[in-house]
Design a protein around this ligand. Structure first.
Ligand code: NAP
Length: 270
């Protein structure tokens, strides 16, 4: 990247993005400034990555071409409103704050500054994020291209209209929690069957990783892959009958719809 990047709020996700961008060499340490609320955290980031880190959000934003906002939703509007004069219309502002709309950010920083909203998920911390981008009123293709380039260093990226972001939040935003719950339940099942906890855990983690890799790399539909392990009169179909009797499939549909409704309610401030 030729310009300067400011990362506002260098917590877990801000640091994950910094690490991914430096490691890929898309960004050199002299082109980024990170901010945080705590001086001690700034010193830690600076020492670990060799980048400038400061508690001065205004100075960081004013000197940047791209502003990446990784603040918690609760502090975002207050923080941006306090430094609104530091933004300019040549910048691209990219926010990864869950549930904060582009119009809320545009109102906080005023002027016709391009804003791109990103809904990513916790695997961003291991460079396996699923990120979905939406442009605000003033964002052009070059702003979305830039956001896509940045997020592609920590996982996969898709562009969608902002109206879909509550559904995205319910599906891939909360998605890791559903898989963790499934892993927990399956590990417990191994323990119920008498396996040691560590063995049960290893079996389930590798089975999840292997299944996800097959799903991603084979290009085959999940039904097709499931049929490959479901032989007539066999063990798998016995388990699947129990899952279908327990209405697990319907529970997933209801659960993910509930998450979308909750995301909409949170966006209305409820
Ligand atoms: N973590 C994820 O995997 C994930 C996934 C999807 C979306 N997100 C979104 O990413 C955003 C950040 O999440 P996170 O998990 O990274 O949270 P986090 O670890 O709490 O990071 C937020 C950082 O912002 C700093 N901060 C607070 N007030 C500030 C201010 N006025 N100026 C500068 N920095 C300030 C905090 O500093 P101190 O803590 O040092 O006070 C903290 O380091 C959230 O909006 C969340 O919705 C996160």
């Amino acid at each position: 990247m030729d310009g300067r990047l400011a990362i506002i709020g260098t917590g877990r996700i801000g640091e994950a993005l910094l690490r991914g961008l430096l490691r890929s060499r898309w960004l050199s340490p002299d082109r980024v400034v990170c901010t945080d609320a705590l001086e001690a955290r700034c010193e830690q980031i600076s020492a670990e990555y060799g980048v400038e880190a400061t508690t001065d959000n205004r100075a960081a934003v004013a000197a940047a071409d791209v502003v990446l906002i990784a603040l918690k939703p609760q502090v975002l509007v207050r923080t941006l409103t306090a430094i609104t004069d530091a933004f300019n219309t040549d910048q691209t502002v990219i926010s990864v704050a869950a549930g904060i709309t582009t119009s809320t950010i545009q109102d906080a920083i005023e002027g016709e500054v391009p804003v791109v909203r990103v809904m990513t998920n916790t695997p961003v911390q291991v460079d396996e994020a699923m990120s979905v981008l939406s442009g605000g009123t003033h964002a052009e293709d070059r702003d979305l291209d830039l956001a896509e380039e940045i997020l592609s260093h920590v996982g996969e990226v898709v562009r969608m209209d902002e109206e879909y972001l509550d559904a995205v939040t319910a599906l891939s935003g909360s998605g890791p929690a559903y898989f963790f719950l499934l892993a927990e339940a399956m590990i417990d099942a191994g323990i119920l069957l008498g396996l040691p906890r560590d063995v049960s855990t290893q079996l389930i983690i590798q089975t999840m990783v292997g299944s996800a890799t097959m799903l991603r790399d084979s290009g085959r539909h999940p039904v097709e892959l499931r049929e490959m392990v479901t032989s007539p009169g066999g063990t798998t179909i016995a388990a699947i009958r129990t899952l279908e009797s327990a209405k697990v499939r319907a529970a997933f549909l209801d659960a993910i719809e509930a998450a979308k409704l909750r995301s909409e309610a949170l966006a209305r401030g409820e």
